[in-house]
Design a protein around this ligand. Structure first.
Ligand code: GLC
Length: 737
């Protein structure tokens, strides 16, 4: 390869604009990958330029932001995490890969695994929440789904290369402001932010994407500690490292370098291997080589990485994708989309009003308490596009089933069957959005919704955020329901009719006051194409909620950052508050459920991590434990004490009670989503090895074994619990030297 051809491989361009100029570069062999080109025919057209018109015929990789589905959209990743069902998330990724492959896409810029503690940050929607362990499990599931089941003769066929991002620490942006500075001590980088990347790479992720943030003053694209010390030397990864969009050229506004030529030097010295849309390698790398500032061997190791990924994808054997085989979801595959939306919805409150019907099947739906006049209202009740959520370039809103559509079909179905149940009055659906979009401040429609509510037996209020309010560069300074949605809730509640609040958003919102007014709260986040069908099935009792939160819900923004696995501090908040308490001034009084309470402590959330109700109830027995030198065997009997067969997410938490460093109050170390029929008991077992209790010890670095985590000999506590409050019995154990 000539130097020009080598540098060409390191260049990734978006030819969806300035196409002529970029296609000329492809023909000259000076582009290694394109992104944002969709459609097998169009991708093949550009691929022919690379394969048939250049000297070496090296194929391009076509990439796209395939984040939670392609044409058919799954719940946003924050919601998929709330399923706590990695097998389901893996299946969603597998079907996504097939649909994207049919459109010529071979490289997805996901999973995004940034562990997030600040819901003001718009990109919490794209990740799996605040917990490192849960994010690690989900990251690996997505990689397996994208890549691993289409291996043929050691090469990927019909699959999507995963790209784990953003490496690293992006979600710690100060103030939840996107692209902002991050200050992350090594112990926190190692224990909190890096493990999900390692989990994705261990699952076979073929690429990694740099992040926009400066990490302790050094932007990731030019950070040898991240990109060489850790990624290459410690982890031994040979995955391709691609910049984020222009994150290499961003070194100039960062103030790290004076110009783009120096940016190119700093990036190649930090082994950023492919430059997404930054043009710094094509513009300056050859000059730097001629000036002796860059060695050709540095370029070679980047190009080798790129060619290796193309080889693994089978692109040299099969550079073109079939143009007559678009993947169309069958009803069986759509059922996976619906199931994912069902399992991602979290029931936060229910005074007994849900489910609307006590029967589990459609044909004998008998609405209890004669709730036959149902008002469907709210700005998210019939929004095919908004319910898809953020990062949806190729999602088809015309495929969406909205809540209004689903309930209309449901009402028609059971009314059609009225001859089967002559004494059952027909269901009447009323529809008044009240507000036309989530930020709507025109309150005229609220009066119409209230008038309709007076004729209804029950109100289903679909509220939340438009899709545009979350995602990249979509941070919010407050987390209240936007627009006049709170006022609409006030008006609906004032009618005295029971209000079921269904929230479709891209993040946790401070909905405490509204939740107090509601009879029930179902937090669905943005549930994707089949959100309406899923919510209708859950609300009418044909499915039972099983989701659990993946981020702590603050009562108010002033509490942020607020997350479950925090440190206790030397002056933990007392209940009731003491004079020396760190309680933030001005915290409002809320009464959620039966008891009123002040913000007893600054750390008391609205809803905790791992929390979610069911239509049934579960009872946890005493955990039993056996211990060998290296492993803990923990088991716990969980009984379904209610009337609905249901899934429960059984969670395992530990706490280290002393050590070389202060350790978190609790840490999720395992979970299992288990189906338990009504009245029955299941015993859930966890095996926990001592290494999983380890954490980063600067002073105990053991370079030989390349394992720089160590487990302190100490006293520990362990819970098997339904959520991070760990109100169940705990067991103590010791780890010896
Ligand atoms: C964006 C995002 C990144 C995305 C890339 C390509 O700026 O930060 O997540 O994959 O550019 O669109």
């Amino acid at each position: 390869m000539t130097i020009e051809e080598k540098i060409g491989q390191m260049n990734q361009l978006d030819p969806s604009w300035n196409a002529e100029e970029k296609e000329a570069l492809i023909r000259e062999g000076r582009v290694g990958s394109v992104f944002n080109i969709v459609g097998a025919k169009e991708v093949n057209r550009l691929q022919r330029m690379a394969v048939e018109e250049t000297r070496l015929g090296i194929p391009l990789i076509a990439a796209r932001d395939v984040i939670h589905g392609f044409n058919t959209i799954y719940p946003i990743p924050l919601a998929q995490g709330a399923t706590w069902n990695p097998a389901l998330v893996e299946q969603a990724a597998r079907l996504t890969a097939r649909e994207a492959y049919g459109a010529g896409i071979r490289w997805a810029f996901s999973p995004m695994v940034d562990v997030a503690h600040d819901p003001r940050w718009g990109r919490v929607a794209e990740g799996y929440g605040e917990d490192t362990y849960l994010a690690s499990v989900m990251a690996a599931a997505v990689v397996r789904g994208y890549q691993n089941d289409q291996m043929v003769n050691g090469k990927m066929q019909k699959c999507l290369a995963a790209c784990v991002k953003h490496f690293a620490g992006y979600s710690a942006s100060e103030g939840g402001r996107d692209y902002n500075t991050t200050w992350i001590p090594e112990t926190q980088l190692r224990d909190v932010y890096l493990p999900p990347f390692k989990a994705a790479l261990d699952a076979g992720a073929m690429s990694v994407m740099c992040s926009f943030n400066d990490l302790n003053g050094l932007p990731s694209s030019a950070n040898p500690h991240l990109n060489i010390d850790i990624l290459r030397h410690e982890w031994g990864s040979d995955a391709l490292l691609v910049s984020d969009w222009g994150s290499g050229s961003d070194l100039v506004p960062h103030g790290l370098v004076a110009d783009k030529k120096e940016a190119a030097l700093r990036c190649i010295n930090a082994r950023m291997e492919m430059d997404m849309q930054g043009n710094i390698y094509t513009d300056y790398l050859q000059q730097l080589l001629e000036e002796g500032k860059v060695k050709e061997s540095q370029i070679d190791e980047c190009v080798r990485s790129i060619l290796r990924m193309k080889y693994r994808l089978g692109l040299f054997d099969h550079p073109y994708v079939p143009e007559d085989q678009p993947m169309v979801y069958s009803s069986r595959e759509l059922a996976v989309v619906t199931r994912t939306a069902e399992e991602s919805a979290v029931l936060l409150k229910n005074d007994g009003v849900l489910p609307l019907s006590v029967s589990k099947t459609l044909h004998d739906q008998t609405l209890h308490d004669q709730m036959v006049n149902i008002l469907i209202c709210g700005p998210l009740a019939d929004q095919p596009k908004e319910q898809l959520g953020t990062w949806v370039f190729d999602g088809l809103p015309e495929r969406s089933v909205t809540p209004l559509m689903a309930f209309s079909e449901w009402a028609d179905s059971i009314n059609d069957m009225s001859p089967l149940a002559p004494n059952r009055p027909p269901v009447t659906l009323l529809y008044e959005p009240g507000l036309t979009y989530s930020r709507d401040r025109n309150r005229e429609g609220i009066a119409r919704a209230v008038a309709a509510a007076r004729k209804a037996d029950i109100i289903l209020y679909f509220c939340g955020e438009e899709a545009i309010l979350s995602g990249e560069a979509r941070c919010r300074a407050d987390l209240d329901l936007p627009g006049s949605q709170c006022e609409m809730m006030d008006a609906l509640a004032a009618t005295g009719k029971p209000v079921v609040m269904i929230v479709m958003a891209g993040r946790p919102l401070t909905i405490g006051a509204q939740a107090e007014q509601a009879a029930a709260v179902l937090y669905a986040l943005h549930g994707g194409t089949m959100a309406g069908t899923a919510l209708c099935r859950l609300l009418t009792g044909r499915a039972v909620p099983s989701g659990k939160t993946t981020m702590t819900f603050p009562k108010m923004v002033g509490q942020i950052p607020l997350y479950y696995n925090r440190h206790n501090t030397g002056r933990p908040s007392y209940d009731p508050p003491m004079l020396i308490d760190s309680i933030p001034i001005g915290c409002p009084q809320f009464s959620i459920g039966q008891s009123s309470y002040w913000l007893e402590t600054p750390t008391e959330p609205l809803y905790p991590f791992g929390y979610g109700l069911s239509y049934t109830t579960f009872e946890y027995g005493e955990p039993e434990m056996e211990q060998t030198q290296d492993t803990l065997f923990v088991s716990c009997a969980v009984t379904n004490t209610g009337r609905y067969d249901a899934y429960e997410v059984v969670q395992l938490y530990t706490r280290q009670l002393s050590g070389d460093l202060v350790r978190p109050l609790k840490e999720l170390k395992g979970f299992e989503k288990v189906f338990i029929p009504a009245g029955e008991t299941r015993t859930v077992r966890f095996d926990l090895n001592r290494g999983q209790l380890g954490y980063w010890h600067e002073q105990k670095r053991d370079c030989e074994s390349r394992v720089w985590f160590a487990t302190d000999p100490a006293e520990y506590e362990i819970w098997v619990a339904p959520d991070s409050r760990c109100t169940t019995h705990s067991v103590r154990f010791s780890i010896e030297k």
